[in-house]
Design a protein around this ligand. Sequence first.
Ligand SMILES: C=C1C[C@]23C[C@@]1(O)CC[C@H]2[C@@]12CCC[C@@](C)(C(=O)O1)[C@H]2[C@@H]3C(=O)O
Ligand SMILES: O=C(O)CCC(=O)C(=O)O
Ligand SMILES: [Fe+2]
Length: 358
Amino acid sequence: MHSTLSDVFISHPIHIPLSNLPDFTSLRHLPDSYTWTPKDDLLFSASSSDESLPFIDLSDPHVATRVGHACTTWGAFQITNHGVPSRLLDDIEFLTGSLFQLPVNRKLKAARREDGISGYGVARIASFFNKQMWSEGFTVIGSPLDDFHKLWPRQHLKYCKIIQEYEEHMQKLAAKLMWLALGALGVEEKDIEWAGPISDFQGAQAAIQLNHYPICPEPDRAMGLAAHTDSTLLTILYQNNTAGLQIFRDDVGWITVPPVPGSLVVNVGDLLHILTNGIFPSVLHRARVNHLRSRFSMAYLWGPPSDLMISPLPKLVDPLHSPLYPSLTWKQYLATKATHFNQSLSFIRNYLSSDQIS
Ligand SMILES: C=C1C[C@]23C[C@@]1(O)CC[C@H]2[C@@]12CCC[C@@](C)(C(=O)O1)[C@H]2[C@@H]3C(=O)O
Ligand SMILES: O=C(O)CCC(=O)C(=O)O
Ligand SMILES: [Fe+2]
């Protein structure tokens, strides 16, 4: 039977009460439950450096080298000339704005279940923190038809069409980026069988995560989305024109990724880190919030078929570089993440056999 990610949290339900979602618009001061200090997140430090994330034109003749270098040094980069029509970026931003401006009781009709994966709610990682994040989200996996029908009984088809078109473009772009990044390491199409007969990764699976960060009365003390890495191969992120995304590098600290109209941010996820036997770091990132403007981001979280075993590519393993990780599926990795969060990679690294991974 064709398996999807949808049942991954059945055995790992995450309890995050939706009942205490505040009415963000009416608050003049940050409630204590939303006020973050360094002890709430050891990574809660200000951004400091003037370094900037590599910005890559995908029509550049040296694109593969640049992508490979950005993946190795940052685990992230920004792209232009990516081929996704700007009209489609406007459409997905319009959909996201329309969704989050619905009254809360309407959004709650499509609330994500505790053991579910799709729908409206706070970020899953909320369960790892004592403080609440200044954001709301909506996850789409598979067809959004049922959820969108609950949100927009008369207009759901219009919004489903946007999601479908967005997924088609993003899937193609993700496959292209994957070959550019791996190509820079000497990995060839024949080295990845699951990419399929025409190497287009047709069997890949994906989630779309829509995020809303409302205007915040005290942004310096709030957190939109706490520091995390994505459990993906690659994530392609579109942000509206309000800054907020920050990424972390050990030797640099936190830097803000400024929104450049029409550009997209690409993050290396944990599974690509595993596949490259640690050559590409998965990037730690977070979202801060804004005093004057609300912010939207739309993440395309792209990974392998959910039951496919992923392990360091044989081509990147030799007597001097023994495999750092055991084989595991995307589903198993998400289950591990649901328990071990930002320690998941080191957790699995310490296990030689995937039999022991929940
Ligand atoms: C496939 C997935 C990755 C994700 C968990 C999810 O099941 C769907 C939502 C994704 C997301 C988006 C916001 C940040 C994140 C850490 C989260 O809480 O939900 C990621 C998850 C992830 O990459 O681990
Ligand atoms: O809003 C952002 O810029 C980051 C979103 C994100 O990290 C995610 O959805 O995984
Ligand atoms: Fe993320």
